[in-house]
Design a protein around this ligand. Structure first.
Ligand code: SF4
Length: 707
């Protein structure tokens, strides 16, 4: 390697697989090349199209480089003073719940921790939520109901060791490509490894499966309740495990018995032979992993869907052992890390709960904070409704673009227009959210900032900077800490580097053993700066007193984190999605990702290679539906309901079920006019998790007629 080339090991900023990357930066040529890190246990050298194109996305076009107040460039002191004084004045006049933070799974864990400490422990409100609410909140709720804590039991290797992998609501091939590559490689080695995909669409993942169950959208609970009954009635259960380590089976069975197999067939749209084939396969295969993702989580019944899956694994005792277990595949690079330090409005740091008085005491004592939020805050959809109604009068949005990505996106934009004070800290200067900011704060981007992220298998990895910091960008943790100091809490936020925050929450994770602690990384409470810099990827927990090697699997011993250490079956009755089709709105709209784009394209649109995959927004619809609506292939189509309308290109394909359409979530007005699909999305949420129903809205489609 030439002297001018510096190599850095870091972690990909896109999906929750959390691949390790090796970045080579040639200072003379000004080029950056990115490849998979062969030593990283998430990917062993692999990288997908998005990860390997990262070098094309590091330019400064569109970057936010200087703070502004009311559109005028200012210095950092002026901007930070303004944020601190408006937040302080608003809190003094209207109370702590009149302000809010909305943050992001793109933030590093250290950023998340400092923001949460400020809002929950010092401002004294629970009003900090995250775009991870849109990603995996239902999985969190399901885990907590069944296990007592938000604990992912298994590891990626289990997908390779299983004899049956069931992927539910997961287009793994496009949305978690390296994990899909690992699964495909395992299947190539062991053709007997059977893959079942449960998804209304014939996705790239479904095409490669041994069995594709194209169920009706929203019917997953009926499918898995039917499986629970089949397992019970055919005696394919682990009776000893159920007796010794679980509670609640009878209620779960009673809920499942409300539907006969014929009812399940009717609700799911699957034939009884298809159902029996799947149920028999699951029943007779000991090593089963059920991976689930947004098709399960993004639903008004998301938590019940998760628990219906977990119930089947508990009944068979297939959890915590090699090649078994339910497995939540998270969408974002740090959805897991945010959860570890209290990233959701109902959480406290280190997997403690805002609703638990003892947990509040532990955290407040540790922080020595003047107060602590005494109730959960507003979840994402409700938070922006509170902005619109005037209940929340000052909001700080960090590293995310809710004006495009939340359901009912036009209402979110209206809320931001009406809000007296909007702060946006971000890397890009002109997102649809940033346009509404009174104060814009330039944040360091991937390749510049330093800290840790945690992937879907609980593996903490370092993100390391390798680029010079352009303009006046700053780290997110620093920005939150500087505002906290200006609000009067100088000594409590005196961090000099991300490692200071890391040491602090590592210490908190080990303080007082209250008997329900899964997230314990107190082995790192005194980590040196040098050891943090060199930190190798490691799975939590890593409790003090042991070599910090991490724990690969949970629950093999049948000990859960509920008060009686038993797992809980949850009774999950099927209920239909909130919005139903009608004569006026006859199609079910599903939204999701495409292979080469990420979220609202602020980074991926910078790569010509990635933009070459799919050039413009589209709607997938079945040929019969297209013909019925007079829509020709590649024609422009208007998609609409009472919430708004968009115009996209028709992709006519039998991969869609009749009556169902799919539009990708990525395009915004910055990239293509009038293609923001989230303006159409129903804002209904799951009553337990607060996760919105991003995959089921009623719409009409028709040929677009230009005015
Ligand atoms: Fe990045 Fe995910 Fe691709 Fe890995 S699979 S390189 S984490 S986008």
């Amino acid at each position: 390697m030439p002297d001018t080339v510096a190599e850095t090991r870091t972690t990909c900023p896109y999906c929750g697989v959390g691949c390790g990357l090796k970045v080579a930066r040639d200072e003379t040529a000004g080029s950056v090349t990115v490849q998979g890190d062969a030593d990283h246990p998430a990917n062993f050298g692999r990288a997908c199209s998005k990860g390997s194109a990262l070098g094309e996305t590091l330019g400064l076009d569109g970057r936010l480089l200087y703070p502004t107040v009311d559109g005028v460039r200012v210095d950092w002191d002026t901007a930070l003073d303004r944020v601190a004084s408006v937040f302080s004045d608003t809190i003094a006049q209207y109370g702590p719940d009149s302000v809010a933070f909305y943050v992001s799974g793109q933030l590093l864990t250290e950023d998340y921790y400092v923001a949460n400490k400020l809002m929950k422990g010092f401002i004294g409100s629970g009003n900090i939520d995250t775009n991870s609410r849109l990603c995996m909140a239902s999985a969190v709720a399901g885990h907590k109901r069944a296990f007592g804590t938000d604990t992912v039991p298994g590891i990626y290797e289990d997908l390779e060791l299983a004899d049956l992998v069931v992927l539910v609501g997961s287009n793994l091939a496009w949305c978690h490509p390296v994990l899909f590559q690992r699964l495909a490689a395992a299947k190539a080695e062991r053709p007997e490894l059977t893959v079942v995909v449960v998804d209304p669409r014939r996705t790239m993942t479904a095409r490669s499966a041994d069995l594709h169950l194209a169920l009706n959208p929203g019917s997953d609970v009926a499918l898995f309740n039917g499986l629970l009954l089949h397992l019970q009635d055919t005696g394919r259960i682990d009776a000893e495990f159920v007796t010794d380590h679980t509670n609640g089976l009878e209620a779960a069975l009673a809920a499942a018995r409300k539907l006969s197999l014929a009812d399940v067939a009717e609700i799911t749209g699957l034939s009884q032979p298809e159902l029996r084939r799947f149920y028999d396969l699951f029943a007779r295969t000991e090593r089963v992993v059920t991976g689930f993702s947004q098709g399960v989580n993004q639903s008004s019944a998301g938590s019940d869907k998760v628990n219906a899956i977990l119930n089947c694994h508990l009944l068979t005792g297939r959890i915590g052992k090699e090649g078994t277990g339910p497995f939540s595949i998270t969408g974002q690079p740090n959805a897991m890390g945010g959860r570890e330090v209290g990233g959701l409005a109902n959480q406290l740091a280190c997997h403690m709960e805002l609703g638990d008085a003892e947990h509040r005491r532990i955290v407040q004592t540790f922080w020595n904070s003047p107060r602590i939020a005494d109730k959960p805050g507003l979840k994402a959809v409700d938070l922006f409704r509170a902005v619109k109604s005037g209940q929340v009068k000052a909001i700080w949005i960090a590293g995310t673009n809710p004006a495009d990505s939340l359901p009912e996106a036009d209402e979110v934009q209206a809320a931001l227009r009406a809000c007296p004070f909007v702060v946006v800290s971000d890397v890009m200067q002109s997102t649809d959210t940033a346009r509404h900011a009174h104060v814009l704060l330039p944040a360091a981007a991937w390749g510049e900032k330093d800290g840790t992220v945690t992937n879907s298998e609980r593996r903490i990895s370092r993100q390391r900077g390798f680029m010079p910091w352009p303009g006046e960008v700053r780290a997110d943790w620093w920005i939150f800490a500087e505002v906290a100091k200006r609000m009067g809490w100088v000594g409590d936020f005196s961090y000099d580097a991300p490692v200071d925050a890391f040491r602090e929450y590592a210490e908190l994770s080990g303080v007082e053993n209250h008997g329900a602690r899964d997230f314990d990384i107190s082995a790192f409470a005194a980590i040196t700066d040098e050891a943090y810099e060199a930190l190798e990827p490691v799975q939590w927990p890593c409790p003090a007193g042991a070599a910090p090697r991490g724990t690969r699997r949970f629950f093999a011993d049948g000990q859960f984190y509920t008060p009686d250490r038993r797992a809980r079956f949850i009774a999950t009755a099927f209920r239909a999605p909130v919005e139903q089709v009608s004569d006026d709105l006859p199609f079910i709209l599903n939204t999701g990702r495409v292979r080469d784009q990420w979220h609202t394209m602020t980074r991926t649109a910078l790569s010509p290679r990635l933009m070459g995959h799919i050039a413009e927004p589209f709607i997938e619809l079945h040929p019969d539906d297209a013909a019925g609506c007079g829509i020709a292939p590649a024609a422009l189509v208007e998609v609409k309901n009472a919430r708004g309308s968009i115009v996209v290109r028709a992709l006519v394909t039998s991969d869609q079920k009749r009556g169902n359409v799919f539009v990708p979530l990525h395009w915004t007005d910055q990239i293509a006019s009038n293609a923001r699909v989230d303006v159409l999305v129903n804002p209904a949420t799951d009553p337990v998790s607060g996760q919105p129903e991003l995959k089921y809205s009623a719409v009409a489609v028709q040929p677009f007629a230009a005015a």
